[in-house]
Design a protein around this ligand. Structure first.
Ligand code: SF4
Length: 450
């Protein structure tokens, strides 16, 4: 269990010397307990105190890195069981597999397909993270060449799914890229020794929590340090049960023997792999290997991951301002919505689909959607009128007509009263914008004079 401030205080020198910057040892203990200070700031602390406090400060689910540089993938390093307790860090990493026994042509086109699994959504890029290379040829030389080719073609970190001998050959050529070694259970010990020698991460695979407990101990005994645990489930239901157990043991029970990020190989005939993948993105897979490289399978999964791993306390926002849709003129319609990223991209996409050039005003409401911002008092007749006066739209158009989202139609009177602009109530849902914009009468945006 985590140490309390009193537990920590008992380990400190209790001299109140202030060298740590706090006025008392108890105040410093409270800082450590809150995760805001480290024992390193207390020079007189004993070795015993340092050891105990460093161990207690380590995250319950340790951090494991695969790959290097910009494409480095980080697993684990989690401190809470549920997202609402804080937030989730390090999204579930997704690897797409490729076999080393494919023909040259198939191998190249499969790598190209994996490279294309990268999409833009609400202003962010969402992509698969790793390539998992399956050794199907049994030929160590061929496997090593395939590993080098996969790394060069995609630049993505590798998961090396191979027996000990091909694994060792591939490590000779791609060790500097920090691949994850993923041997079959029977080759665990030689692979663990290799991981220890080359300081590489190792996936440990065994059946169930009990089997994993033994296998992880074997890997540690062979010197491997950076471990990922695969409980080898046979169904989606079992996968979620294992992932949940591992996470609960690590975070709630502080069981260090089983506290590792979890990995699941959902390829090779695993039943309903994308059902399992979706469940594991939610609870609590750290790394998934999938055989499909079909965008129709991957995009929904990546979208789900993006939604779950977005910090709910920090909505994705776009810059407030005036955005052109197409090439708008001084008589083009003026629409308004809020700066919640999902709202902006949805409205923008629908407005573009209408093929009617327009000016889109994006109001600053701290990244809330239209109704939430209205309920929070941030999207009001006053704030909208202020924006109309200050954002410069008055110089871009000769008319004074604003299209307001239908959900906040009740604001129209107040806006007209405060700003002098005429308000047209737009559709309730943005999906109706194309037909709404195309049906606007020709005289809807006549210039105002005087
Ligand atoms: Fe206490 Fe250490 Fe801070 Fe001194 S430096 S006040 S001994 S916690």
């Amino acid at each position: 269990m985590a140490l309390t401030a009193i537990d920590i205080y008992k380990l400190l020198p209790k001299t109140n010397c202030r060298e740590c910057g706090q006025s008392t040892c108890l105040a410093f203990a409270m800082q450590i307990a809150a995760g805001k200070a480290s024992i390193d700031l207390c020079p007189p602390a004993s070795e015993e105190a340092r050891e105990k406090l460093s161990a207690a400060a380590a995250p319950p689910l340790p951090k494991v890195t695969i790959g290097t540089g910009e494409r480095e993938v980080v697993l684990g390093d989690e401190t809470v069981l549920f997202r609402h307790e804080k937030t989730f860090y390090h999204p579930t990493a997704i690897a797409v597999s490729i076999r080393d026994d494919a023909s040259d042509e198939e191998f190249t086109s499969r790598l190209a397909a994996i490279r294309r699994l990268s999409f833009e959504r609400v202003g962010q890029r969402i992509s698969v993270d790793l390539v998992a290379l399956r050794c199907a040829s049994g030929d160590a030389g061929r496997y090593a060449r395939a590993a080098a080719a996969a790394l060069e073609a995609t630049g993505l970190p590798l998961v090396l799914l191979a027996p000990a001998e091909p694994l060792a050959s591939a490590v000779e050529v791609v060790a500097a890229s920090r691949p994850l070694l993923a041997p079959p259970p029977e080759d665990l010990v030689p692979a663990a020794k290799l991981a220890a020698e080359r300081k590489l991460p190792l996936r440990v695979r065994a059946r169930g929590i009990e089997g994993l407990s033994v296998a992880l101990a074997d890997a540690r005994a062979a010197g491997a340090v950076s471990l990922v645990a695969d409980p080898s489930p046979e169904t989606p239901r079992e996968a979620v049960a294992f992932a949940t157990n591992i996470r609960r043991l690590a975070i709630l029970s502080r069981n260090r023997d089983l506290a590792y990020p979890s990995a699941f190989d959902l390829g090779g005939g695993f039943p309903d792999p994308f059902l399992a993948a979706a469940l594991l993105v939610a609870k609590y897979g750290s790394l998934l290997v999938l055989d499909s490289a079909d965008p129709a399978d991957l995009l929904p999964l990546l979208t789900l991951r993006q939604n779950l791993f977005t910090d709910p306390q920090r909505p994705i926002q776009v810059e407030p301002g005036v955005y052109p849709i197409g090439a708008p003129s001084e008589s083009s319609p003026v629409l308004i919505t809020t700066n919640f990223s999902l709202t902006y991209f949805t409205v923008r996409g629908d407005a573009e689909a209408a093929k009617v050039p327009a000016h889109l005003l994006i109001a600053d409401v701290d990244g809330m959607s239209v109704l939430t911002a209205w309920a929070a008092g941030k999207f009001t007749g006053e704030s909208i009128s202020k924006m109309l006066a200050e954002c410069g739209i008055g110089e871009k158009v000769t008319h004074r007509t604003l299209i307001l989202p239908g959900m906040v139609a009740r604001l129209s009177g107040r806006i007209e009263e405060l700003s002098g602009w005429r308000v047209l109530v737009g559709p309730q849902e943005s999906s109706a914008l194309p037909s709404y914009l195309r049906r606007l009468p020709p005289g809807a945006f006549l210039p105002v004079h005087g």
